[in-house]
Design a protein around this ligand. Structure first.
Ligand code: ZN
Length: 132
């Protein structure tokens, strides 16, 4: 069974965005920089899932471009898969498009890859696997 690992939300300011969740009594995790994505990330625990707040740290970050075009908002849905290389292989065989083919390492050391929205009902989907 797959779970929703997290929902990624593009925000202009983590400092501002985390206040909403903190006002609801949620302990927002410490901010982390993911240098190769040019973002600063704060995870908001939500039961078995999480909300990932994303702020651009460079003007050419995908998050900066997203906000410029569409404003703040839901950026991606991340699904937790037990075996990422196997999932990627089977999706590729079915003709699924990926944003980049290469599996990357994200905040907290998990492995991830992005499925192109054209293959997932117009939604940017991230596939995530815990680092073993
Ligand atoms: Zn994410």
């Amino acid at each position: 069974m797959l779970n929703i690992d997290h929902l990624g939300i593009a925000v202009k300011s983590l400092t501002q965005a985390r206040k909403f969740y903190e006002a609801l009594g949620v302990a927002v995790a410490k901010e982390e920089i993911v240098a190769h994505e040019k973002v600063k990330v704060a995870m908001v625990p939500m039961g078995e899932s999480r909300i990932e707040l994303l702020e651009a740290i460079e003007p050419d970050s995908v998050i900066a471009k997203f906000i410029e075009k569409r404003g703040e908002g839901l950026h991606h849905v991340a699904l937790h898969v037990p075996d990422l290389p196997a999932a990627v292989k089977s999706l590729k065989e079915g003709g699924t498009r990926f944003v980049t083919e290469e599996i990357k390492i994200g905040a907290g050391g998990h492995r991830y890859v992005f499925v192109h929205p054209s293959s997932a009902g117009g939604v940017l989907v991230e596939l995530v696997e815990e680092q073993k």
